[in-house]
Design a protein around this ligand. Structure first.
Ligand code: NAP
Length: 324
């Protein structure tokens, strides 16, 4: 079969270019996969619907990514990853991917600017904040209900805010919000935080943080802005109206798995199942980062998986060439 420049396969009858690899998503996983693939001289494109960065952009300070003893801002970390990948020739294009065409003979990625053929795909689409699912949440999103403390925290200088959730994100963001807010209520549905001990200790030591245990939010009240939260104690059934001006929801994440639904094997929560080599249930389609079914979602786990995915994709592509 004829090859164009840089190993790009061209079918003369169709005049269509088939790229080696398309990566979807430009968070730490996608950028790392892009770095490895571009450095291996694959013909690779990365599609990202927004600007590169992913969820890490909503993190003010990352202090558990190795190599940065003083920590680094989420923005700086991802900017460095992007520049490093681009230095090796990674092309990042702003495109929304709406579908995958995955037949044994042909793989293609359907985008808002056309359908692009490829030999292999790495899904690094990440995850999005889980909604609480209570009355008032949708109405007041952007008007006091937020899923990003780094983005919206500074609006709440000297005001009272609530954080909902008990995991690492909720506790970390509650601590961050003490920089601005006069009071931070941390509302958790159980009597023990899920967050790691270090973060728990820090939260307990923060005078501005008050933890409201065993309590769920039933309604977020307000019309043009958040006025308060209607709370219910899960053990006593007691109800409380808590006046706050901001409600930050951190109750976990859901995978951005629309492309994989009905096509790839997913776990019961919708995360993409892979083997140790990041291969999904469809040969030639790999996944890395927060979209994967796994124990720990961190930048450090995402980048390791992405390196493996890029290497495995390269081997898969070599296998295709050998079988032609
Ligand atoms: P998470 O660990 O899944 O925690 C979600 C929290 O929300 C849990 O406390 C959960 O309560 C609560 N929750 C879930 N649904 C709820 C509902 N409907 N109503 C009320 N509360 C609800 O999510 P995460 O904190 O976003 O963390 C995600 C991953 O990122 C984790 O692996 C975490 O370790 C990692 N992470 C790490 C760092 C760091 O290392 N610095 C920072 C952020 C995130 P229960 O506890 O009762 O289940």
């Amino acid at each position: 079969m004829p090859f164009g420049n840089r190993g790009v396969l061209i079918f003369p009858e169709q005049k269509k270019i088939v790229h080696d690899l398309i990566i979807i998503g430009a968070g730490p996983a996608g950028l790392t996969a892009g770095l490895y693939a571009a450095r291996s001289r694959l013909d690779v494109i990365l599609f990202e619907r927004l600007s590169p960065g992913g969820q890490i952009l909503t993190t003010d300070w990352v202090e558990n990514y190795p190599g940065f003893p003083e920590g680094i801002s989420g923005f700086d970390l991802v900017d460095r990853m992007k520049r490093q990948a681009e230095n090796f020739g990674l092309v990042i294009e702003g495109r929304e991917v709406s579908g995958l065409e995955l037949s044994p003979e042909r793989k293609a990625v359907v985008t808002d600017k056309g359908t692009i053929q490829t030999k292999a795909i790495i899904l690094a689409c990440g995850a999005s904040p889980q909604k609480l699912g209570v009355e008032g949440e949708d109405l007041l999103t952007g008007k006091g209900v937020s899923y990003c403390a780094t983005c919206d925290g500074p609006f709440y200088r000297d005001q009272a805010v609530a954080v909902v959730g008990g995991g690492d994100t909720a506790v970390e963001e509650a601590i961050f919000l003490t920089r601005f807010a006069s009071k931070v209520y941390l509302i958790h549905r159980r009597d023990q935080l899920r967050a790691t001990q270090l973060l728990r200790d820090r939260a307990m030591a923060q005078e501005k943080i008050e933890i409201i245990w065993d309590t769920v939010v039933e309604r977020i009240s307000g019309e043009d802005g958040v006025k308060g939260l209607e709370l219910r104690h899960v053990k006593t059934g007691e109800r409380l109206d808590l006046p706050v001006e901001g409600a930050f929801i951190f109750v976990g994440y859901q995978p951005n798995n629309d492309l994989g639904k009905g096509v790839l094997e997913l776990d019961e929560l919708g995360f993409v199942i892979t083997n140790n080599d990041m291969e999904t249930s469809v040969p030639g389609v790999f996944a890395a980062g927060d979209i994967r079914s796994k124990l720990l979602r961190q930048v450090s786990t995402a980048v390791g998986e992405a390196a493996t995915a890029a290497f495995a994709a390269e081997r898969y592509i070599e296998g295709l060439a050998a079988s032609v």
